[in-house]
Write a protein that binds this ligand. Structure first.
Ligand code: 4NP
Length: 162
């Protein structure tokens, strides 16, 4: 069997948005029976929270929709992580710009906005929920679920997940 497709989700701290994307997309992939073909990772562009579990609020909102994020731990993205991934999905344009600076030139084409895979959503960026209320965490989940479905459909279209 061919090597799994490696998808890396990235936000700022890797405690809210990218762990949510990690848990939601991993769950979708598992439910589709594609766990051996798609490998999911996540990271942050900064290391302030390295080693921490996802924010309690992200975990609680995700749990209410059936996603367990408790096993995830924050990690700061390195240039090596970018070289190692097939697709790097940034939550916002600031994350995207930071990743493009970090990446080797050859790895830059792999970096995209995650919401490119949710073209029907009016937003192009997943807003940072950290300093806001519960509605922000719900919006993150809505956007992440929409883009996760679009991403899985894309991987199937390009033959990276059967
Ligand atoms: P995330 O959210 O990038 O979605 O994980 C944030 C988490 C922590 C901070 C900012 C955003 N912070 O400033 O500590």
């Amino acid at each position: 069997m061919s090597a799994p497709t490696r998808v890396l989700f990235v936000c700022l701290g890797n405690i809210c948005r990218s762990p949510t994307a990690h848990g939601v997309f991993e769950s979708l992939v598992a439910r589709a029976g594609l766990a051996s073909q798609v490998e999911v990772r996540s990271g942050g562009t900064v290391g302030h929270h390295a080693g921490d579990p996802p924010d309690e609020r992200s975990q609680a909102h995700a749990r209410a929709r059936g996603y367990d994020l408790s096993h995830l731990r924050a990690h700061q993205v390195t240039a090596h992580d970018l070289a190692d991934a097939d697709l790097v999905l940034a939550m916002d344009r600031s994350n995207l710009a930071n990743l493009e600076r970090l990446a080797a030139v050859a790895d830059r084409p792999k970096i995209k906005l995650f919401l490119d895979f949710a073209p029907a959503q009016p937003r192009r960026e997943v807003p940072d929920p950290y300093y806001g209320g519960p509605a922000g965490f719900e919006e993150v989940l809505d956007l992440v679920e929409a883009a996760s479905h679009g991403l899985l459909a894309h991987l199937r279209d390009v033959g990276r997940a059967a």
